[in-house]
Design a protein. Structure first.
Length: 273
């Protein structure tokens, strides 16, 4: 069916994207020297269900795509593949289901502006025009946060999890440290003051006071995220405000939120020890 310009509206775009995105897989292009992935449509492959420990794994090259068993598969039993190390939110949004069991790679992500604005809000007094120029990178002598972040690529991995090996991402810690040092360098007289003073060996800082400052900022950021999640959960529990008639959708959203709350609370507990 040819879709002419007159029929190319938002609904058609959503339908076309959904039809492809829910059926395609991402694989290495294998073209030239590029390592970029491409989307591919593979007949029947989208019918396989997900399992964190799959029974088969895919192998492919530029000509063939194969599934090879990595564990015994009895006759008539279901064959599983692994969609990836995705969080429940990603599984729900991309594939329409969530895990019922705990998954240690579930993460809570943060936005750069969210973290930076929370750090700025901890400064006592109003931000002067001169400081705003530094923050926005409008000064000829000092680059702004956007430049600092783009050069360091810190925006690519801001998260926390319950994975004991990396519960707080290096990028999140580095972003907080970088912004604090940036402000301290630009405005030496200014200090961030907190009632808490918890030192935790989560990153190697030579300066103990700086370590405490970073941890306190991190606690502040997590507490703010927790408050947001609790409000969202309360809103979902109020059926009059959700507007969602499908109870299964509401239950899935609540489970995702409860999981995020659990991750945040777990990390707050670790920081308080």
């Amino acid at each position: 069916m040819f879709i002419g310009p007159a029929r190319f509206d938002d609904k058609v775009i959503v339908w076309a994207f959904s039809a492809v995105n829910t059926r395609c897989v991402s694989i290495a292009s294998g073209v030239g020297t590029t390592s970029d992935n491409v989307n591919a449509l593979i007949p029947f492959f989208d019918m396989f269900n997900h399992k964190d420990i799959p029974s088969v794994e895919p192998t492919y090259n530029t000509e063939t795509f194969q599934l090879k068993a990595i564990s015994p598969v009895s006759k008539g039993s279901q064959v599983y593949i692994k969609y990836g190390d995705h969080s429940n939110w990603t599984l729900f949004l991309e594939y329409g289901f969530i895990r019922q069991e705990f998954y240690d790679k579930d993460v809570v992500s943060f936005d750069v502006d969210e973290v930076v604005n929370l750090i700025l809000s901890t400064f006592k007094g109003s931000i002067s025009t001169e400081m705003s120029r530094y923050i926005n990178g409008e000064s000829a002598t000092k680059p702004g946060f956007s430049y600092l972040i783009s050069q360091s690529r810190l925006h690519e991995g801001l998260f926390i999890s319950k994975d004991i090996s990396i519960s707080i991402s290096w990028c999140l810690l580095k972003l907080i440290t970088s912004v604090l040092r940036f402000l301290r360098t630009a405005f030496p007289p200014l200090n961030i003051s907190f009632s808490k003073a918890i030192a935790k060996e989560i990153v190697n800082y030579d300066n103990l006071s700086e370590k405490r400052e970073v941890v306190d900022i991190l606690i502040y950021v997590l507490e703010n995220k927790l408050n947001i999640y609790v409000k969202q959960k309360d809103s979902l529990l109020s059926t009059s405000s959700t507007g969602l008639s499908d109870r299964s959708v509401v239950d899935s959203l609540l489970r995702c939120l409860n999981n995020d709350i659990d991750v945040v609370e777990w990390n707050l507990l670790q920081l308080s020890i």
